[in-house]
Design a protein around this ligand. Structure first.
Ligand code: 9MR
Length: 469
């Protein structure tokens, strides 16, 4: 029905309204169906948001002039990682001199398009600036802590989650730490980096991020698990674990992925798939991509999935065609399987919420012939830290457009939206939602949009209003 509405040529309101009114019975039935939770979203980000999650990609600053790339990135993804621009060599090329130009290009584009940002990465044995590679001992430890502090402070308030430490475990089959100049400063270098990051940006989620940690039976997975368990036991600030998830035929998506994600989540951390790519093609690739979505949706603390690039040709492993769009920007079978798996939804455990009031429609412009509409809030899925809501906009007269305000109570925060174009007031508590296409509705017709609220302990429902023109 949305397509039909939007596709109608815009030449005057009356013929259009008459035509819509003539099919009012059909229209009402269709909209009733749309407002059920089974509504199929048409982009990865929107569909993931309906499940209280995100679907993201990595962006390279050097490709931001490519309009095909940017159009896909903007349309499909609602979480953004800088592929290289926020790493240590990029942000502190000489000691004490910080450069954020390219990181800022990506972060500002993401935030101004309503997307969130994963920061990648504050501490890593690779992609260190030359000056750091040759350092050791307490001088290196101090330089590391200063780097973490400066970069996390600079981006304070703009980053949803930081990969504080990247790839600190070895592939030695023993689950031990990787040797590196950072490791040689002392085994506590990882927790020191996490504490510095927490002090610099108390609201960012702090993640440990690694690869080859997807299979529960691998020693490396166990090594990371034991570190996270120890951190939680000793109060080291860690909020999440990132699974890079670089797969190929020699290292396929493990059948126990769900077990791995759930076991980590049970330690009291969020889990995220942070750099997903799967080499291959056709249905075998598509099935593996589907399996990753299903594993994440089955774990309520799996908060989102990021693919490591947009088109196959943008990938660090381009020859393995590991992504969701081909080199021309066409959707691959893998894309369709991801979208279908997201739309098929996941099972989550609702949290009891006894204090909610009964929803009351908010009439505006009651009576008279002036344009009017109502906004009705209904609750959606709930998770430990967040809940979804839907607002149904119903036209009480013929209207050519509408706008709706959604007010949340601090410390609540709206972290994702779908099926509308949001703007925000300066407090961040009041969102004004406008239709993303035509807002025209005939009297009695309705449409809906949705959003995710990170509740931070406050489960109060948002208040909603509607204004029509
Ligand atoms: O995709 C990144 C590529 O452009 C860089 O050349 C490479 C350099 O190390 O890093 C790639 O991204 C890596 C990520 O930062 C950490 N996990 C592995 C990724 C693929 O190498």
């Amino acid at each position: 029905m949305h397509t039909k509405l939007h596709a109608t040529p815009r030449h005057g309101w009356r013929p259009r309204a008459a035509a819509l009114a003539a099919t009012a019975g059909l229209v009402l039935t269709t909209f009733a169906a749309i407002s059920t939770p089974a509504q199929a979203a048409s982009t990865l980000g929107a569909s993931a948001a309906e499940k209280g999650r995100y679907y993201g990609t990595a962006i390279a600053a050097g490709r931001m002039g490519d309009s095909t790339y940017m159009t896909i990135a903007n349309r499909e993804f609602n979480m953004i990682t800088a592929e290289n621009e926020m790493k240590m060599d990029a942000t502190e090329p000489s000691q004490g001199r910080f450069t954020f130009t390219n990181g800022d290009r990506i972060v500002n584009w993401a935030l101004s398009n309503g997307k969130r940002v994963r920061g990648h990465t504050l501490a890593w044995h690779a992609q260190q600036p030359g000056w750091m590679q040759s350092m050791s001992g307490s001088a290196l430890r101090n330089a590391l802590i200063n780097h973490v502090t400066q970069v996390a402070s600079y981006y304070r308030g703009k980053v949803y989650a930081w990969d504080v430490v990247n790839e600190a475990f070895a592939d030695d089959g023993r689950g031990s730490r990787r040797d590196s100049n950072l490791q040689r400063t002392g085994n506590d270098w990882i927790e020191a980096a996490f504490r510095a990051a927490r002090a610099a940006d108390p609201n960012a989620k702090l993640c440990y991020n690694d690869y080859n940690t997807d299979n529960w039976s691998h020693a490396k997975t166990q090594g990371v698990y034991n570190m996270v368990k120890d951190f939680k036991a000793r109060g080291v600030p860690i909020d999440c674990v990132g699974f890079q998830a670089h797969f190929n035929s020699g290292n396929p998506v493990p059948s126990n992925y769900h077990t791995t994600l759930q076991n980590f989540a049970d330690l009291g951390v969020d889990v995220q798939i942070t750099e997903l790519d799967i080499e291959g093609s056709g249905s075998s690739q598509a099935q593996q991509y589907q399996g990753v979505v299903q594993a994440c949706l089955a774990v309520s603390r799996c908060t989102g999935i990021t693919v490591w690039g947009v088109r196959d040709t943008d990938s660090w492993r381009a020859s393995g065609t590991p992504l969701l769009f081909d080199g021309s920007g066409n959707k691959k079978a893998a894309y369709t399987s991801v979208l279908n798996a997201l739309n098929a939804g996941g099972t989550t455990t609702p949290t009891p919420n006894p204090t909610n009031p009964t929803p009351t429609p908010t009439p505006t412009n009651p009576g008279g012939g002036s344009p009017s509409c109502t906004a009705t809030y209904s609750e959606g899925q709930k998770w430990g830290d967040r809940f979804n809501g839907t607002v149904t906009i119903r036209a009480t007269t013929n209207i050519s457009s509408w706008q709706s305000t959604v007010t949340v109570r601090s410390p609540q925060k709206i972290i994702a939206t779908w099926n509308g174009s949001p703007t925000w007031d300066s407090s961040g508590n009041v969102m004004t939602m406008r239709p993303s296409g035509s807002g025209a509705l005939a009297a009695g017709q309705s449409t809906s949009f949705g959003f995710t609220v990170q509740h931070n302990g406050n489960w109060t429902w948002p208040s909603v209003t509607c204004a029509a023109s």
